[in-house]
Ligand binder design. Sequence first.
Ligand SMILES: [Zn+2]
Length: 311
Amino acid sequence: MASAETLDVGAEMRCVMRTLMDGEYEAFPPHDLLRSVWRLVPSFAGNEQQDAHEFMRFLLDRLRKELSSGKHAGSQTNGLKGGLSPTSPKTPQGKCEQDDGVTGDKIMEIFGGVAVTTVTCMKCERSSERREPFMDLSLPIPPVVGKNGSIEEGEGPNGEATLQQCLAAFVRNETLSGHGRYFCDGCGKVQSATKSTRIAKLPPVLCLHLKRFTWKGHAMRTKLTHDVDFPLDDLDLAPYCETNGEAMYDLVAVVTHHGLNAGSGHYTACAREFTAEGNSDWQHFNDDDVNSLTAEEVRTGQGYIFLYARK
Ligand SMILES: [Zn+2]
């Protein structure tokens, strides 16, 4: 039996991609891939419901590790590259781009962005900045009420929050006070401060994850079941960026969680297929059921993970 270090998740992933591309099966169970992951992360094993976001992050981190080790050097033209790398990387446009040091890393070249957090002392106004690469952004769902309420008004068609409001909540300035104060080098002591976050570099494929689940230790406890409206086309990221520039994205896939709480329920995914004529069709992946669905149907349901591709 292979040791954890010699397990080849990339090869299993490649096998899944090839089987999908062959088109022989409408659906098939990726047991070998799953078993490899279970061996590497025993807490994923079994039939308990797991967090799709945590699983995806593990998978991407593992693929990064394997690719950087040279494990797949001989297979780049043999399936994995076709499945996992952008075949025609889009040239970054606009100013919302800065050198980030993530080049040469295939996974980061696709999903990697950079966020910048600025903390400003409320006493002397000295600022400090921290830039951090990200593979996805975890967004809060802002509490919203109806039109006459005192909290933020939901901007969705039925008064629900929108993904744009979640992004706005992510970049909203917050005050660090009380136990959250920080040490200001300018003042030489602990001070209250304001903290702001912006996106400094956008990736070709932006992964957005909604903080639907609250945790207690390793156990998921509750789920925010609020609907969040999201655009299929023309999500404009410019308002959340450090600098101005074109930053339009279209949705290519969404993972939805069905169920009232975190301990049970079911995940399904919708993915977009672009046609040669420039149109697109949506497919719904629900275990071994794969069905077409309309754009409107994609927007119903409680989206959990969103993948947006740069236009
Ligand atoms: Zn200060």
